[in-house]
Design a protein around this ligand. Structure first.
Ligand SMILES: Nc1ncnc2c1ncn2[C@@H]1O[C@H](COP(=O)(O)OP(=O)(O)OP(=O)(O)O)[C@@H](O)[C@H]1O
Length: 586
């Protein structure tokens, strides 16, 4: 799925905002108070402008100072509210917005974990980064700068129109068309705006993904001489992003110009009507400036909201992308809350396991049955795509089997809560990811409470201590500082130290395919240490690992072709022998 297709289809009308509003959660009262303050602010501005204009027009038409006192007292009383209400609105709206943003960020990252890895594999990490960071940031526009002005933009014109109607209905009638035009403008352009917003956010996500890809693969690009080509791809994506931004800007500019035209027309209409009414004697001369000032003040909240409304399409698109992530069902869910009672024997069994990654894809596993007895090492071998990694992923419940069962100690793995299941299993992957925290904390990832001594003991057993101790900062070294200076083997030994420290009874090892020739004695020794007394499933590529395994399961196109020891399988001269001849390194 690309970023573009990850965007949920547009929903009509106000329902487009409902999911975004639902993100408010417990911060609703805070935002409501901000909205009330915002509306109060605009009404106070309207009232003070009207009263001010009235006082001025009375003064210049020769009213006695005593006649002005009432108006001046009202102005004095309104003054503190004029100062206080905008501050309250901005402060509370930002407080609510930032809290919502923090909550949503947390929920998006929690969703990443819940969806891992099935959904994440289908989306590019740069695009996910965009969802997690910039899409969430985009919501600030809605919560801090849109909701309150939106409500003011409705209430203030209603109040102004009512006041004008009291002066003379014709004044209200003169102002109404411009206000209606302003209200309809965003609605007219909404469809185009929504499509542009979705496209812009999607192109931004794709650009992020492309940029992250380029940075992550910089070494490969340089060594394969593909740097210029990748730069072209990045340039092409940049051009598409620019086009999306320009289209968005063009519509935005058009909306801005139309807003100005409607405002000017509305002002003119009120001015002309008031002049005609005054000269006809239907409006007190003192109310002429009041009517004009009221009309002018009415437009301020409406213009403020049309200004932000121009970018609302981006908020909707960002909200859609976030909701897509939050609403995607997890590929695996807990069906129990407690694990089976009593000790669990680390005996793993795959029983007629069938699995396909999606209903329209062929079966990756088509009925595999095999056992790994407690303490036994089983090497899973087979050609590329035979289903080895799929077996490991299913055992860790990254996905659920389509048919058949996987059991540990006789219990279906679906009868364990996922956290309990993963406490029983540790994985040493092919590509070890090291977080940019000290090596010692990288090692204690699975057991944060482990002491420094325990970390060192695990590192010694994994034959990682000598090279770590040789680094200037030893166990305090940040992997980021090391850059690419750690070899694949060293990374794997750190992963083995992690596994040893976690001390789970079941171990899955995904042996590195690369650098088979560079296999060091230390790595072999580390692997042997990790396997000792553990039920071990090795996705094996090295002949030395395979030969020392207790049993070998040969997979062929998702089926178990043969099971036996190295010596036994050599005798049968079947799939294993053919595999040895063509693929396995010694
Ligand atoms: N996330 C996925 N989505 C769809 N199909 C997948 C996915 N992962 C693997 N497959 C497919 O499932 C089949 C088994 O793949 P798997 O990765 O288990 O093979 P493997 O034996 O581990 O291969 P290799 O040695 O190359 O890693 C292959 O046809 C592969 O293309």
């Amino acid at each position: 799925m690309t970023a573009a297709t990850a965007v949920a289809p547009g929903r009509p009308g106000g329902s487009r905002f409902r999911p975004i509003l639902a993100l408010l959660g417990p911060h609703r009262p805070l935002l409501l108070t901000a909205i009330v303050s915002g509306v109060a602010h605009h009404l106070v501005v309207l009232a003070s402008a009207g009263v001010g204009a009235w006082v001025v027009s009375r003064a210049i038409t020769g009213a006695a100072p005593d006649d002005l006192r009432g108006g001046l007292i009202v102005l004095g009383l309104l003054l503190p509210f004029l100062a206080l209400t905008p501050w309250l609105e901005s402060h509370l709206a930002h407080m609510a917005a930032f809290r919502v943003l923090a909550d949503v960020r947390g929920r998006v990252y929690a969703a990443f974990e819940r969806l891992a890895p099935g959904y994440l594999l289908q989306r590019r990490s740069g695009d996910l980064g965009a969802a997690a960071i910039s899409d969430v940031e985009q919501l600030e526009l809605w919560f801090a700068h849109t909701l309150s002005p939106l409500i003011s933009a409705v209430t203030v014109p209603v109040a102004a129109l009512s006041a004008l109607a009291v002066f003379h209905p014709a004044l209200a009638a003169a102002l109404a068309p411009a206000l209606i035009l302003l209200a309809l403008l965003p609605a007219w352009l909404r469809k185009r705006a929504a499509a542009q917003g979705a496209k812009l956010r999607a192109e931004l996500g794709e650009f992020n993904a492309e940029a992250v890809d380029t940075l992550q693969g910089l070494r490969e690009l340089l060594t394969s001489g593909a740097g210029a080509r990748q730069l072209d791809r990045l340039g092409e994506q940049n051009r598409r992003l620019l086009e999306a931004k320009l289209a968005h800007g063009r519509r935005s500019g058009l909306e801005h110009a139309a807003t100005n035209a409607a405002t000017t027309l509305g002002m003119l209409a009120v001015l002309v009507t008031a002049a005609l009414l005054t000269s006809a004697g239907s409006l007190q001369p003192a109310l002429f400036p009041v009517a004009v000032v009221l009309a002018a003040t009415t437009f301020a909240p409406v213009i403020a909201v049309t200004d932000v409304a121009r970018d609302l399409n981006l908020v909707i698109a960002a909200g859609d992308r976030i909701m897509t992530i939050l609403n995607t069902p997890a590929p695996v869910t807990d069906r129990v809350t407690t694990p089976p009672s009593g000790p669990v024997e680390p005996h793993v069994r795959f029983e007629a396991v069938r699995f396909r990654y999606a209903p329209d894809l062929p079966e990756a596993l088509a009925g595999g049955t095999f056992d790994i007895a407690p303490g036994e090492t089983v090497a899973l071998v087979g050609h590329s795509g035979a289903g080895k990694s799929t077996c490991a992923s299913l055992l860790m419940r990254m996905w659920d089997v389509t048919a058949g069962t996987i059991t540990i100690g006789g219990h279906d793995i679906r009868d364990f809560p996922q956290d309990d299941l993963r406490r029983l299993i540790t994985l040493v992957p092919q590509d070890v990811y090291l977080f940019n925290i000290p090596l010692r904390d990288n090692i204690r990832l699975g057991r944060p409470e482990a002491t420094d001594e325990e970390v060192e003991t695990a590192a010694r057993a994994a034959h990682a201590h000598t090279f770590i101790a040789g680094l200037p900062d030893g166990y305090g070294t940040l992997p980021g500082e090391l850059g690419a200076r750690l070899s694949g083997g060293q990374r794997q030994r750190i992963a083995i130290a992690r596994a040893l420290l976690k001390d789970a009874p079941i171990l899955i090892m995904d042996e590195a395919v690369s650098n088979l020739d560079a296999e060091s004695e230390q790595e072999v020794a580390a692997m042997t240490a990790a396997r000792r007394d553990r039920t071990t499933l090795v996705i094996a590529h090295r002949l030395s690992t395979i030969r020392t395994a207790d049993r070998i399961v040969v997979l062929d196109d998702g089926r178990v072709a043969e099971i036996g020891t190295h010596a036994e399988l050599l005798v049968t001269r079947g799939a294993y022998t053919r595999l040895l001849a063509t693929q396995l390194a010694g």
